[in-house]
Design a protein. Structure first.
Length: 300
C-alpha cells in the first residue's frame, strides 16, 4: 500500500469517513480554480460570495457521485442576483475533473452594505441536474431557495430527495495581494452525511453534525491550514479515515464547432442579424470568457 500523501493546499476534494459512526464526509477547498471561475464577471463582493459557494457545492456533490458526465447546480430567482450556476465535470476523455461558474446580477441595482441572502436572490429555486455520459438517465431535483442561503437550500434538497441527514457548510471570500487591484477568490465547503444502510448509535449523527457545525469560514478557506489538521480539530475524539485527495481544476467545455452546428439550423437572415459588420458571428462563453468567432465559411 502506498503511503498517504497530505492533500494539497488548494483545488482539491478530500473524502473522509467516520466509520464507527456510519457517517461520511467531503471537504473541498478551491483556490486558483475559484479565482479563475470568478474572474470572468466582475461582481460585487456579496454576489461573488454566493457564486463562490455554488461553485464549491458543485464540487462537493459532483465528486461524490464518481460522475463521468456533468452535474449542474443552478439558482433561478426574482431578486437582483437572479441566476447563479456552476458545472462540475467528471474526468472523461482525457480531461480532468473540473468546475466552472456563472452569475448574473442586475446592473441597475446598487447593493446595500450587507443585504440578507433573501434580499439578494429573492424568491426562487435551487436545481441540481445530473447528466451522465454513459448509462443512466438525466436526473433533476428542485427545491425552494432557503432564505438562510445556499448551504441551507442544499440541506433541504437532501432531506426531501434522499431522506439522508446532511450538514453542509460553504464559504467564499476575496484575498487581496500587494500589487494586485483585483481580488483572488477562494471558495470552500464541508459536507457531512449519514451513510445509507449503516446503523448508527442514537446520538452519533447529532454529535458529529454539532462538531462539524462549529467550523469557521476562515478555517475552510485558509490555505495554511491543512485539510487533515482541520479534520483533526473537528473530530479529534473520533476515528476518522481519510481517503486520497482528488484534484479539481477549472474546466469549461464550450465548443465553437457545436455553436456553428446550431447556427446552421438558422435561416440566412437570422444569421445576418447575429453577425457583426464584418460578417462574423461572435459568441462569448459566459463561463470562461472565450469569444468563438464563426465566419460564413464554417456555416456553409
Amino acid at each position: 500500500m502506498e503511503p498517504y500523501q497530505n492533500a494539497p493546499t488548494g483545488d482539491f476534494v478530500l473524502p473522509f469517513d467516520v466509520v464507527d459512526a456510519g457517517v461520511r464526509g467531503r471537504f473541498v477547498r478551491l483556490d486558483a480554480t475559484s479565482a479563475r471561475a470568478l474572474s470572468v464577471h466582475a461582481l460585487p463582493e456579496l454576489a461573488a460570495r454566493v457564486a463562490g459557494e455554488v461553485l464549491a457545492l458543485s464540487a462537493l456533490l459532483g465528486s461524490a457521485l464518481k460522475l463521468d458526465g456533468r452535474l449542474t447546480v443552478q439558482t433561478k430567482s426574482d431578486g437582483p442576483l437572479d441566476i447563479v450556476a456552476a458545472d462540475y465535470y467528471g474526468a472523461s476523455g482525457g480531461k480532468p475533473k473540473g468546475v466552472r461558474g456563472f452569475a448574473r446580477l442586475d446592473d441597475e441595482v446598487t447593493l446595500a452594505e450587507k443585504p440578507l441572502f433573501a434580499a439578494l436572490t429573492g424568491a426562487g429555486s435551487l436545481a441540481i441536474t445530473i447528466e451522465p455520459v454513459r448509462g443512466g438517465q438525466t436526473y433533476q431535483g428542485i427545491v425552494d431557495l432557503s432564505p438562510k442561503g445556499i448551504a441551507a437550500s442544499a440541506e433541504t434538497y437532501f432531506e426531501q430527495s434522499e431522506q439522508l441527514p446532511t450538514l453542509i457548510r460553504l464559504a467564499a471570500a476575496p484575498v487581496f495581494t500587494p500589487g494586485s487591484k483585483e481580488p483572488h477568490w477562494r471558495a470552500a465547503g464541508l459536507m457531512l452525511q449519514a451513510t445509507p444502510g449503516v446503523r448508527r448509535g442514537a446520538d452519533d449523527w447529532d454529535r458529529l453534525s454539532s462538531l462539524a457545525g462549529t467550523v469557521e469560514d476562515l478555517e475552510l478557506l485558509d490555505t495554511t491550514l491543512t485539510a487533515e489538521t482541520l479534520l483533526w480539530r473537528l473530530f479529534n475524539q473520533e476515528e476518522v479515515r481519510v481517503l486520497p485527495a482528488e484534484e479539481i481544476t477549472f474546466r469549461c467545455d464550450c465548443d465553437g464547432e457545436r455553436i456553428a452546428t446550431v447556427l446552421k439550423s438558422y435561416t440566412e437572415a437570422e444569421r445576418a442579424n447575429l453577425a457583426d459588420a464584418d460578417g462574423v458571428i461572435r459568441a462569448k462563453c459566459e463561463f470562461c470568457g472565450t469569444v468563438h468567432e464563426i465566419g460564413k465559411a464554417r456555416l456553409s
